[in-house]
Design a protein around this ligand. Structure first.
Ligand SMILES: *Cc1c(COP(=O)(O)O)cnc(C)c1O
Length: 444
C-alpha cells in the first residue's frame, strides 16, 4: 500500500482525509484512490527513463475511471487501450490520441476505423488476419496505419495462469519464430507502415528476470528485422510489473528494472514503450467497506461486510490476497481473531479473506481492503442486483467524486419488460447517494 494510506493516531487516512469521514459522507462500499499515489507511481517510471527515448502508455484496463485517466494525461502519460470503449474514455479524459497504442487479440472493423479516425500512434497486432483487415480499412480511406507486431517470446512469466500470456500455448501474439516471415509479408501491404515490435508476457510479475529475457529475445528480433531492411523505431515491452499484495512481499523496483533495460538499449535507436497498469494504480486504491455483522458457525467466525465479489472479484477470480486494515486501530495489545471476511452475495466464492488473523471487528466498523486500485472497479458488476460502488479520488484534503454510487434506477436503465407491465417506479436520473434512495424509488 502506498504511503498515501497511513495511520495518523488511530485513524487510517488517505492523504489528508480520514477514511471514516469518507464513509460517513459518501457511504460504503466505496473505492478510494489517492491522486498523489497515482502520480508518484507514474513518475517512478518517468524519472527512471529520463534521457532514454521512451513513452509510458498507461494500460487503461487496470483502472479506466475518467479522473484517473485525466490525472495521468495531465502528467504526460500515453495510453494502452484494448477496445474502442477505452479509446473513447481516453479522449473524454483529455488524453492525446497520438500517444495511444491499441492492443488486443480481437479488434473489430468498427474499432479499427474509430482508432484510425482519431489518429492513434499505433496498433499492436496479434495476427496476420488482423493486419490484413487494418490494411483494407486504412487503404480504403487513404490512411496509413502504424503497426507493431506483438510477438510471443515464449518465456514463462511465473504468475497466476490466468494472467500469464507469453508462452507459445497462449492465445496472445505471434510466435517469435515466425515473426520475420510475417513482417516481410505485411510490410508490403497497402495502408500499413511497420514501425515496431511489441510483447507483453503477463501480469503481476514479481521478478524482472522474465521481462529481461523477453527483452533480449525481442531485441535480437529487431536486429534481424533491421538487417532485412525494415524500419523499426519502437520497442514495446508491455506492462506486467507486480505489486506487493501481501505485507511480506517485496516491491519490484521500477528503477533497477529500467536501469537493466537501459544497458540493453543504449545506442539502439529505439523508443522504449512500456504499458504499466497495475504498478501505477493498484497501491493507489482501497475498497472501503463496513462490517454488517459477525457470525459464528461451529468454530468458524465470519465477518460479513457490505462489499462483495461483485465489487472486487480478484479473490474469487485469481485466488488473490488483499490485506485488510481497520479504519480505526484499537489501542493497546489485541488478541487477533481468526475469521473469514465475506460479502453478502449468494456464492461461496464471495470472500475477501479466509482464516485471516484480524483485530476484533464489530458491526458498523470500517475496513479498508488494500491494493484495490487495479482490476478492482473495472471488473465490478451488478451481480445480485447490487448497485456498483462510488469511486472517490482524494487530492490532499479534497475528495472528488470520480463516479457516483449507482442507484436502483441505474440497475434497470436500458431494460424493458416485454409485457409492457406498468412500472411502479420512476426511472429518472438519480443524483442521490443512497441506495435505496427514497426519492428515486418513489417512496417519499
Ligand atoms: C493488461 C495489459 C497490460 C497491463 O498489465 P499490468 O500487469 O497491469 O501492468 C499491458 N499491455 C497489455 C497488452 C495488456 O494486455
Amino acid at each position: 500500500m502506498a504511503a498515501e494510506f497511513s495511520y495518523h493516531g488511530d485513524a487510517l487516512f488517505c492523504e489528508h482525509v480520514p477514511l471514516d469521514q469518507i464513509a460517513n459522507e459518501y457511504g460504503t462500499p466505496a473505492y478510494v484512490y489517492s491522486k498523489a499515489a497515482i502520480r508518484s507511481r507514474f513518475h517512478q517510471y518517468e524519472d527512471a527513463l529520463a534521457g532514454l527515448p521512451h513513452r509510458v502508455c498507461y494500460a487503461v484496463k487496470a483502472n479506466s475511471n475518467l479522473a484517473v485517466l485525466a490525472t495521468l494525461a495531465a502528467e504526460g502519460a500515453g495510453f494502452d487501450i484494448v477496445s474502442g470503449g477505452e479509446l473513447y474514455r481516453v479522449l473524454a479524459a483529455g488524453g492525446d490520441p497520438s500517444s495511444v497504442v491499441f492492443s488486443g487479440v480481437g479488434k473489430t472493423a468498427a474499432e479499427i476505423r474509430y482508432a484510425l479516425e482519431q489518429n492513434i500512434h499505433s496498433f499492436n497486432c496479434e495476427s496476420e488476419t488482423e493486419i490484413e483487415l487494418i490494411s483494407t480499412i486504412a487503404a480504403s480511406s487513404g490512411q496509413t496505419a502504424c503497426i507493431a507486431i506483438r510477438v510471443n517470446p515464449d518465456v514463462d512469466a511465473v504468475t497466476h495462469p490466468y494472467i500469464s500470456t507469453g508462452l507459445r500455448e497462449h492465445k496472445f501474439g505471434i510466435d517469435i519464430a515466425r515473426a520475420e516471415e510475417i513482417y516481410a509479408r505485411v510490410a508490403r501491404l497497402p495502408g500499413i507502415e511497420v514501425n515496431g515490435v511489441s510483447c507483453h508476457i503477463g501480469s503481476q510479475l514479481l521478478s524482472v528476470e522474465p521481462l529481461l529475457e523477453a527483452a533480449d529475445k525481442v531485441l535480437a528480433l529487431v536486429q534481424r528485422l533491421r538487417g532485412a531492411g525494415l524500419t523499426i523505431r519502437d520497442l514495446d515491452l508491455g506492462g506486467g510489473l507486480g505489486v506487493p499484495y501481501r505485507s511480506e512481499e517485496r516491491r519490484v523496483p521500477v528503477d533497477t528494472f529500467i536501469q537493466r533495460l537501459r544497458g540493453k538499449l543504449q545506442d539502439s535507436n529505439l523508443t522504449l514503450m512500456l504499458e504499466p497498469g497495475r504498478s501505477i494504480v493498484a497501491e493507489a486504491g482501497v475498497l472501503l467497506s463496513r462490517v454488517l455483522l459477525v457470525k459464528t458457525n461451529d468454530d468458524k467466525t465470519f465477518v460479513i461486510v457490505d462489499a462483495a465479489m461483485n465489487d472486487l472479484i480478484r479473490p474469487a477470480l485469481y485466488q488473490a490476497h488483499h490485506e485488510i486494515l481497520p479504519a480505526r486501530r484499537v489501542k493497546g495489545p489485541v488478541q487477533p481473531v481468526k475469521a473469514d471476511v465475506v460479502g453478502p452475495v449468494c456464492e461461496s466464492g464471495d470472500f475477501f479473506a479466509r482464516g485471516r488473523d484480524l483485530p476484533p471487528l464489530a458491526p458498523g466498523d470500517l475496513v479498508a481492503i488494500k491494493t484495490a486500485g487495479a482490476y478492482g472497479f473495472v471488473l465490478a458488476s451488478n451481480y445480485n442486483s447490487r448497485p456498483r460502488p462510488c469511486e472517490l479520488l482524494v487530492d490532499g484534503a479534497r475528495i472528488h467524486v470520480a463516479r457516483r454510487r449507482e442507484t436502483f434506477p441505474d440497475l434497470i436503465r436500458g431494460e424493458s419488460s416485454a409485457t409492457g407491465a406498468a412500472s411502479g417506479i420512476k426511472q429518472t436520473e438519480c443524483e442521490h447517494d443512497q441506495s435505496p434512495c427514497d426519492i428515486c424509488t418513489g417512496s417519499s
